[in-house]
Design a protein around this ligand. Structure first.
Ligand SMILES: Cc1cc2nc3c(=O)[nH]c(=O)nc-3n(C[C@H](O)[C@H](O)[C@H](O)COP(=O)(O)OP(=O)(O)OC[C@H]3O[C@@H](n4cnc5c(N)ncnc54)[C@H](O)[C@@H]3O)c2cc1C
Length: 457
């Protein structure tokens, strides 16, 4: 008679009140599936804790069993884990450890480990407060702020990581520690940009912003107008106050019944974002773009909670591949290269080629900031393709890479960690902060227990 040896992860089965799933278990496939459905992650086990205490138990048990631990909240940033050997890794999915407590007087929210941005902005809204969320309501606070965080409030207020006040973290020895400007300062510095390399964040305290309403929206043209629109946006961004943060995309939507008619099957040029000014001044600033006669113009004063909808990010998990670069400038030659890849007449497979306007407070090192406190460069390029099949993924990845390659002459060589979704040299996101980051990792996780999407090694 032969017996199958028990997996080292089998010892974790009783933890999290039974919410630990091993390969072959009925719940394994659902539990291991990230937001990015193109990513196939096959860990030794998936644990779904409901409390900080359960996270502590899982981390201790995994370490004792010789396994490693990968924290994950929504799985929006799972791309670099695709195809990585995870057979000695316990994936700790935090999507059921959620909740927000707002202190309106201090303008601070305490957010549990896997909470999504939509829950935070909804909790702040009754107090006339909002947060430095990104374009999408269902990205999680943890991965976003620990990776930097580019918000439509960002040219005024800087990276979201600079607005983290404290992180409650389960570290490699299974301790629950607090890192802030007063406690565990070096760990606090590393966490704000170093992401999941130092432990599992079970709660994060963030600053809230005093905006009940915001002037925001989008302008939309047919892609045939892209040459004028891209040139006008590029010229406009060269001389704008820091109160304006926008994105410009050339987009191609497949014909899908779920999409509204103005998107379905259409190729478009879209500009969207926020203007932190009164209505008259906002209208004055937007006038050069409105002069191009957009087919749709939704810019106006909206409740701040509505800002998570203006970018029209997918409302549900989707399969995606992407590439990314930071550009120092956008001269005429760069615009021509961009349009050559994705403009009228091109047969790109990309859903969009996005340029986010940086500069302003994004570009300044923050007082007391962490490993990601600013970004050197004027535009973040983010090329994304929908990848429902391996063939579509390969084609989309090639087109995303080609767009970034076409703009390489204007790239800074630096990167924004949150927009890196492939396996690249992540030290490029940190510049001269890389060695300090590695030193913190060696000090707090000497055995390399934690597996982040972007490893600091
Ligand atoms: C549709 C879409 C829109 C986006 N918009 C923006 C945007 O506007 N601005 C922007 O800056 N970025 C944006 N991003 C990028 C996004 O911020 C990153 O993908 C980020 O990593 C997502 O964090 P997450 O926790 O939701 O994802 P996850 O994949 O769950 O996490 C990514 C990594 O973060 C770490 N991590 C997550 N949770 C924890 C935790 N509790 N403790 C410790 N480590 C943790 C881990 O290292 C993990 O591998 C967008 C991405 C998508 C797909």
């Amino acid at each position: 008679m032969t017996t199958t040896p028990l997996s080292p992860a089998a010892g974790l089965r009783g933890l999290c009140n039974g919410r630990v799933h091993l390969p072959g278990d009925a719940g394994y496939d659902a539990a291991r599936t990230p937001w990015n459905l193109a990513v196939d992650q096959r860990p030794a086990a998936v644990a779904v804790p409901h409390s900080a205490e359960e996270v502590v138990e899982v981390v201790r048990a995994a370490a004792a069993a010789g396994l490693r631990v990968a924290p994950q909240s929504s799985g929006h940033g799972a791309g670099p884990l695709d195809g990585r050997a995870l057979d000695d890794v316990v994936l700790v999915r935090l999507h059921e450890l959620t909740g927000v407590t707002v202190d309106p007087d201090a303008r601070v929210a305490r957010v549990l480990g896997g909470t999504l941005w939509q829950e935070v902005v909804a909790a702040g809204a009754p107090h006339g407060l909002t947060a430095l969320h990104g374009s999408s309501p269902d990205v999680a606070v943890a991965g976003y702020v620990l990776g930097g965080g580019l918000s439509f409030y960002g040219r005024s207020h800087g990276l979201a990581a600079n607005h983290v006040r404290a992180v409650e973290l389960v570290t490699a020895d299974g301790s629950l520690v607090r890192a802030s400007a007063e406690e565990n300062q070096e760990l606090f510095w590393a966490l704000r940009g170093g992401s999941g390399n130092f432990g599992v964040a079970v709660a994060i305290e963030i600053d809230l912003l005093p905006y009940a309403e915001v002037y925001a929206g989008m302008l939309l043209w047919d892609r045939e107008r892209a040459p004028e629109v891209v040139r006008a946006w590029a010229a406009w961004t060269r001389d704008l106050p820091e109160t304006v943060t926008t994105s410009m995309r050339v987009m191609s939507f497949p014909p899908l019944p779920d999409l509204p008619p103005f998107l379905s099957g259409r190729q478009l040029a879209v500009i969207d974002g926020a203007v932190l000014e009164d209505d008259d001044r906002a209208a004055e600033l937007l006038a050069p773009l409105r002069a191009l006669g957009p087919e749709m113009d939704t810019f106006g004063r909206i409740p701040a909670i509505g800002l998570t909808a203006v970018h029209m990010d997918p409302p549900a998990p989707a399969p995606a591949v992407s590439d990314h670069a930071v550009l120092a400038e956008l001269p005429e030659e760069a615009i021509a290269a961009y349009l050559g890849e994705i403009g009228p007449g091109s047969s790109t497979s990309l859903l969009f080629g996005e340029l986010r306007h940086l500069g302003g407070a994004f570009g300044r090192p923050a007082d007391g900031g962490g490993a990601a406190s600013h970004v050197e460069g004027e535009y973040a390029l983010f090329a994304v393709a929908i990848a429902p099949t391996p063939e579509a993924a390969a084609h989309g990845q090639a087109d995303a890479t080609a767009l970034c390659a076409a703009l390489a002459p204007w790239a800074t060589g630096t990167r924004v960690l949150n927009f890196i979704d492939t396996t690249v040299d992540v030290s490029t996101a940190y510049g001269d902060r890389w060695d300090r980051l590695r030193a913190v990792r060696a000090a707090v996780d000497p055995a390399g227990l934690f597996v982040a999407h972007h490893p600091v090694e």
